[in-house]
Write a protein that binds this ligand. Structure first.
Ligand SMILES: N[C@@H](CCC(=O)N[C@@H](CS)C(=O)NCC(=O)O)C(=O)O
Length: 252
């Protein structure tokens, strides 16, 4: 297999999805941090990789792949062993996984993140989001207020649809019939859901939508992840974001 290079930022939601997929498949990769809050994504060398100036980008040999969901498809194809993250779409499981992935991927995660950070009254528990990232928000207070109020009602609807869709399968997990959203194997839908739950926890609103009274199955699903080796590794990668800022501060 050609070398796998991943261009990512440790605080980026879309990057973390791809990293989790690589960890779950057990694919070794060389990580390259692109500091999107320091403007690295606008450098010519990076724009040659991805003209959209966004992370993550995966490079395998000479082939460059942008877009997190597409990268996860490629990762799954690359290695036949490990969990089948993307089941064939022509059977029922495959199409359910595809629909759930789309539903979750379409959530406007940046508006939710920075909207909540700018509107503390929405937080129901401690905000764990790295301080450095909060002050580097690319949204102005006025901009986020307008976008956020327009999006929050849509977001509520989406999370509602999404959680009722996953409810049955989450109940199966709890009753021991399955371990993941769609059965005994983790899929790409779990990868996105896990990253979404982690993000909601980081910005201090998870306990509003997922608690003992509201969606207790989803809470158990989330709590169960705490001791999983790949999730522990993912948390370490997320925490490493502070070193990116320390390095930058020392340079300046
Ligand atoms: N649709 C893209 C979205 C990627 C994206 O928005 N990445 C953000 C970081 S989470 C980014 O690189 N932003 C660059 C910037 O803010 O200038 C994907 O799924 O990979």
């Amino acid at each position: 297999m050609d070398d796998v290079n991943l261009y990512y930022f440790p605080g980026s939601y879309y990057s973390l999805k791809v990293i989790l997929a690589l960890l779950e498949k057990g694919i070794p990769y060389k990580g390259h941090i692109v500091n999107i809050h320091g403007g690295d994504q606008s450098h010519e060398w990076f724009l040659r990789l991805n003209p959209k100036g966004e992370v993550p980008v995966m490079k395998v040999g000479d082939t460059v792949y942008p877009e997190s969901e597409h990268i996860i498809d490629v990762i799954d194809e690359m290695l036949k062993c490990g969990p089948k993250l993307v089941p064939e779409v022509d059977d029922r499981l495959g199409s359910e996984v595809r629909e759930t992935r789309k539903l979750l991927h379409d959530l406007p995660i940046d508006v939710i993140t920075f909207g909540v950070l700018a509107n503390r009254k929405f937080q129901t528990s401690d905000n764990l989001f790295p301080q450095a990232l909060q002050s580097h928000s690319r949204f102005t207070r006025e901009g986020i207020d307008t976008q956020f109020s327009a999006t929050i009602s849509e977001y509520r609807k989406q999370i509602q649809t999404c959680s009722s869709d996953v409810r049955t399968s989450v109940e199966e997990i709890v009753s021991g019939e399955g371990h993941w959203l769609f059965g005994p194997e983790m899929t790409a839908a779990d990868v996105t859901l896990i990253c979404l739950l982690i993000r909601l926890q980081m910005i201090g609103i998870l306990s509003r939508y997922v608690n003992q009274e509201v969606r207790p199955e989803l809470l158990r699903y989330f709590n169960r992840l705490e001791t999983r080796a790949t999730i522990i590794k993912l948390n370490e990668i997320m925490a490493s974001v502070k070193y990116v800022y320390m390095k930058r501060a020392i340079k300046t």
